[in-house]
Design a protein around this ligand. Structure first.
Ligand SMILES: *Cc1c(COP(=O)(O)O)cnc(C)c1O
Length: 375
């Protein structure tokens, strides 16, 4: 054990920071502009960059991903039930509840942990108004099937694409699917603006409404309060961080792919032996290598391995645990056994730009050793 202990703590993630000089240059622009927030020039520049990258009609920026989701639901004026996944971050469920909507949880698929379209269909009632799926760990949902269901039942689709910056299906950016997609630029995400979020959508009327909603409901042209809004704007320092990180992103995602593939290689034997399961990127998908998660054989083994890794200074994370329909804050039906099983057995391993392949190898050696000890 001794020689496998890391001298310094290895956390599950590390935020992407641009070269300091690049950020300083952008800060000089802020000092020149004397503009800190409220639709500043850097926010505009970041918005334009994203529009070009996604070839999107509309991109609106927000103070964080959660506010983006919340305001997406407000802009769509929804009422009733929203079918969603329990295997996600608290934000997805809470955005629904916050808008006086009822989350209805559909179980997930066993391969990619995304909402299972077949379960969506069986939960549709007269009260269903929308579907809110999540591209878990950046792996695309079955977007074509979801689109067909939504069309057939006249439902809105709002994707939580918080994990999925840079992901494409064929040549299509993933954020182009559904009525709206939300991106999070939180410090832990593949692209960060410190805190931040975005909505990507086609409908121009929604753009008008969202500009108002993130600014206390004040309409951008008449300066009248027409909606119940909130303060949800992105500031110039955040936009500057986004622009700098965007410059380096292609390289960053490439490096992430090397880390991901090294994990796959090092864990192959364990997978073949049935000791754990890993997720391989989908075919025909350009992936962003946002997370590297393994699925173990049940909660006891998972918790054991997580605690053991910590003894070696490796801090893995139970992500997501528990499923959202089991949060003590609410009283939801807990009838999604696959999501529960995944949540009980999953462990996210360290995955970030700058993690060396050597360290990845060492982490895998520890896993091999400790799983053997567990038996
Ligand atoms: C990070 C995250 C969010 C929330 O984004 P913030 O920018 O932190 O508000 C929502 N959903 C999922 C799945 C996330 O991972």
């Amino acid at each position: 054990m001794g020689n496998l202990i890391f001298k310094e703590k290895i956390f599950v993630t590390r935020p992407l920071l641009p070269p300091l000089k690049e950020y300083q240059k952008k800060l000089e622009e802020i000092w020149d502009n004397q503009w800190l927030t409220n639709y500043g020039p850097l926010e505009h520049e970041f918005q334009t960059s994203l529009k070009n990258i996604f070839n999107a009609k509309n991109v609106e920026l927000f103070s964080n991903g959660h506010t983006s989701l919340d305001l997406a639901l407000k802009a769509l004026d929804l009422e009733g039930e929203v079918i969603t996944t329990p295997f996600t971050f608290a934000s997805t469920t809470q955005a629904i509840i916050e808008n006086n909507l009822k989350p209805v949880f559909a179980d997930v698929d066993e391969e990619y942990y995304n909402i299972n379209p077949e379960n969506i269909e069986s939960l549709i009632t007269e009260d269903t108004c929308a579907i809110m799926p999540v591209h878990v760990f950046g792996n695309p949902c079955e977007v074509e099937k979801i689109e067909r269901i939504a069309k057939e039942h006249d439902l809105k689709v709002i994707y939580d694409a918080a994990h999925a910056f840079g992901v494409k299906i064929g040549k299509n950016p993933i954020v182009k699917y559904g009525d709206m997609s939300m991106l999070s630029f939180h410090a832990t995400k593949v692209l960060n603006t410190i805190e931040g979020g975005a909505l990507i959508f086609d409908d121009d009327e929604l753009s008008y409404k969202l500009k108002a909603l993130k600014n206390f409901g004040i309409t951008p042209d008449k300066e009248e309060v027409r909606f119940l809004g909130k303060n949800g704007k992105m500031n110039e320092f955040e936009a500057a961080m986004g622009l700098c990180n965007l410059n380096n992103l292609e390289h960053v995602i490439h490096e992430r792919s090397l880390i991901y593939n090294h994990y796959l290689e090092c864990l192959e034997d364990l997978e073949d032996a049935g000791d754990l399961k890993v997720i391989r990127p989908q075919r025909n998908v350009e992936y962003n290598y946002a997370y590297f998660t393994i699925k173990l054989n049940g909660i006891e083994e998972r918790d054991y391995l997580m605690d053991k890794l910590a003894e070696y200074n490796v801090f893995a994370k139970k992500y997501f645990y528990p499923p959202c329909n089991e949060f003590p804050a609410y009283d939801f039906e807990k009838n999604t056994p696959i999501a529960k099983d995944i949540s009980d057995s999953i462990l996210s391993l360290p995955m970030y730009y700058g993690l060396s392949l050597e360290d990845v190898g060492q982490i895998c050696e520890i896993i091999k050793l400790e799983l053997k000890n567990y038996e």
